[in-house]
Design a protein around this ligand. Structure first.
Ligand code: ATP
Length: 219
């Protein structure tokens, strides 16, 4: 069975979600109040529909409850985003993901039952700042307010040592969950695994511990 999604709001975020889902083989209904936007996606989405999603009867007539996951990527019009989410929830859509403009918007969305709220600009900004702060950190993924997953380049302070010799978990409270080596991923490396030149470590831990690990063991 093909996965069935609907994306409401075809701005930069909604538009790129539609394109990627289609490329991944999913079936996608693309919805926007602007006819122009809908025309742009007519050839890309499985189905493209012009509709004002703050109108409950319109959403019902589109059979929106049959979609397993609906994304609300309406940006500036916060009222329309909240109202659309509320209606989707009432209709009984199983999973609703909504783009928030700011923290207040996010709070309201979570209160009314959005399953997932995304903040693309804020999250990308944090990611970029973390990458910029360190030459060793290649990528950064925030798991919660306190915990993150980062990719760090191993350097000469680590080469040649096994994980047990480095004793990273006990010393810094972070865990190496995988090692990227020669384009391969070594998941859950064993304690006797020796770090080699060119290795990229995938590390999980609290932001404070990761920072400490990065500062003390990589410089
Ligand atoms: P992005 O950053 O993703 O480009 P944005 O934050 O600039 O988006 P907008 O352009 O304000 O967001 O909104 C995204 C889309 O949502 C627009 O194409 C707009 O026409 C559509 N939209 C706004 N209100 C409604 C509505 N009531 N029903 C359906 N679509 C709507």
């Amino acid at each position: 069975m093909k996965k069935e999604f609907a994306v409401i709001g075809l701005g930069r975020l909604g538009g790129s979600i539609v394109q990627e889902l289609v490329a991944l083989g999913a079936s996608v209904m693309a919805i926007d109040i602007s006819e122009e936007k809908v025309e742009e996606y007519a050839q890309i989405a499985t189905q493209a529909v012009t509709a004002d999603t703050t109108d409950e009867s319109v959403l019902r007539s589109l059979g929106i409850r049959n979609f397993e996951h609906v994304v609300v990527a309406i940006g500036e019009n916060i009222q329309a985003s909240i109202l659309t989410t509320l209606i989707l929830k009432e209709i009984g859509v199983p999973k609703i993901t909504v783009k928030a403009q700011n923290d207040h918007h996010e709070k309201v969305l979570l209160k009314i039952g959005a399953d997932q709220v995304v903040h693309p600009e804020r999250d990308m900004g944090r990611r970029m700042a973390n990458n910029m702060m360190s030459n060793n950190i290649l990528d950064y993924l925030e798991l919660s307010d306190e915990y993150s997953l980062v990719e760090v380049k191993a350097n000469e302070h680590l080469y040649g040592y096994t994980l047990i010799e480095l004793d990273i978990r006990a010393r810094y409270g972070v865990n190496i969950v995988a090692i990227k080596r020669d384009n391969q991923l070594l998941v859950s490396p064993q304690a006797i695994e020796r770090i080699k030149q060119g290795d990229v470590l995938i590390v999980i831990g609290s932001d404070v511990d990761i920072h400490e690990f990065e500062k003390k063991s990589l410089h």
